[in-house]
Design a protein around this ligand. Structure first.
Ligand code: IPD
Ligand code: CA
Length: 297
C-alpha cells in the first residue's frame, strides 16, 4: 500500500539551499575519495552481500565512513541512513531536526569494480521516515559522478541543475509523449529470481519502446531522465539510498516520479517519466511485471 508522503515543514524551506550545498559538497568529496582509491579498492578484498553478484568494495565502506564523519560535524544530531551501515537512529531530545540524510557511498559498484565510468555518490536530505516505503520525501540532494565531473543537484522548489566542466545549467526532461519513441533506462536486481521476472517483463516492454538502456546506477538513471538523455526510467526493487537524491533531481526537472505495486511480498517498482508519458508507461511496466510474475514459477 502506498502512503501519503510527508509535506516539507514550512520552517525547513529557508534552509533547503544550504542543505543542497552540503549534499553537493559531501557527494563531491566522497566521489574524489572513491575515485582516488579505486586501484586499491579493486586490488583488495571485495566482499559480496545479498548474492555473489552483489559486491561491496572497501571503498564503499570508506566512502560511507567519510560521509558519516562529515555529516556528524556539519549536521550534528541528524540521523543518517547509508547503504553499508544502515540507519543510526537519533531520536527524541537529541534529534534537533526533521531531516535524515540518505546516502549511497557508491551507486554503480559493479561499474566501479570494472573501471566503467558510470558510478556516483548520492547524498539526499529527506523528511519523514526513509525506512518505510512511501513515508519519506527528498528535500535536497546531489549525485556526483567523479569520473565525468558531473554533479546533479536540486532542492525542493528550486529546480534541478547540472554542474560540470562546461559550467552550470538547469535541467529539464524531454517532451516525448509517445511510448513507441521513448528511450527507457532500467536496471536489474542481484537475485536470480528477481532477474528472471525482470527479463520476462522486458520481453513485453522492449518491443513497445524506442530502446532500453542499462547504465548500472539507479541514481544516474534518474539524473539521465532529468537531463533528457533518456526519456524515462523504471526498475523494480531499488533501495531508498539508490534513488532518494535522483528522485528529487528528476522531479525538479519536470518528471513525475512514483512507485508501483510489485505484487504480494515483492518490492515496489519506481518509475520516472515526463508527465505526458506517465500513464501509458505505468500501464505497460506494471502490467508486464504482473504478467511476468504469474508466469515465473
Ligand atoms: C545498484 C545500481 C543498479 C541497480 C541496482 C542497484 P549498487 O546499486 O543502482 O543500477 O540496477 O538495483 O542495487 O549496488 O551499485 O549500489
Ligand atoms: Ca546503490
Amino acid at each position: 500500500m502506498s502512503r501519503q508522503r510527508p509535506e516539507v515543514p514550512a520552517e525547513l524551506r529557508v534552509a533547503l539551499p544550504a542543505l543542497r550545498d552540503i549534499a553537493v559538497d559531501m557527494a563531491v568529496g566522497a566521489g574524489e575519495l572513491v575515485r582516488a582509491g579505486r586501484a586499491d579498492a579493486v586490488a583488495h578484498a571485495v566482499a559480496t552481500k545479498s548474492t555473489r553478484t552483489d559486491v561491496v568494495t572497501v571503498m564503499d565502506r570508506l566512502s560511507e565512513d567519510y560521509l558519516r564523519r562529515r555529516l556528524a560535524v556539519e549536521r550534528p544530531g541528524e540521523a543518517v541512513l547509508g547503504e553499508e551501515a544502515g540507519i543510526d537512529k537519533i531520536r527524541g531530545a537529541k534529534r534537533a531536526s526533521p531531516v535524515t540524510w540518505v546516502v549511497d557511498p557508491i551507486d554503480g559498484t559493479v561499474n566501479y569494480l570494472y573501471g566503467r565510468p558510470e558510478y556516483a555518490v548520492s547524498v539526499a536530505a529527506v523528511v519523514g521516515d526513509p525506512t518505510v516505503e512511501g513515508a519519506w520525501r527528498p528535500v535536497a540532494g546531489a549525485v556526483a559522478n567523479p569520473e565525468t565531473g558531473q554533479v546533479y543537484h536540486a532542492y525542493d522548489g528550486g529546480g534541478a541543475h547540472l554542474r560540470d566542466r562546461a559550467g552550470a545549467r538547469p535541467l529539464a526532461v524531454t517532451d516525448v509523449a509517445e511510448l513507441a519513441v521513448a528511450l527507457l533506462a532500467t536496471g536489474f536486481g542481484y537475485a536470480a529470481d528477481v532477474r528472471r521476472e525482470q527479463a520476462r517483463a522486458l520481453v513485453e516492454i522492449l518491443p513497445a519502446v524506442r530502446d532500453i538502456r542499462r547504465g548500472g546506477s539507479a541514481a544516474l538513471d534518474l539524473c539521465a531522465v532529468a537531463s533528457g538523455v533518456v526519456d524515462a526510467y523504471a526498475e523494480r526493487g531499488v533501495h531508498v539510498w539508490d534513488v532518494a537524491a535522483g528522485w528529487l533531481i528528476a522531479t525538479e526537472a519536470g518528471a513525475e516520479v512514483l512507485t508501483w505495486d510489485g505484487g504480494p511480498g515483492r518490492p515496489r517498482g519506481i518509475l520516472a517519466a515526463p508527465p505526458p508519458l506517465l500513464a501509458e508507461l505505468l500501464e505497460l511496466i506494471s502490467g508486464a511485471h504482473q504478467r511476468a510474475r504469474s508466469a515465473t514459477p
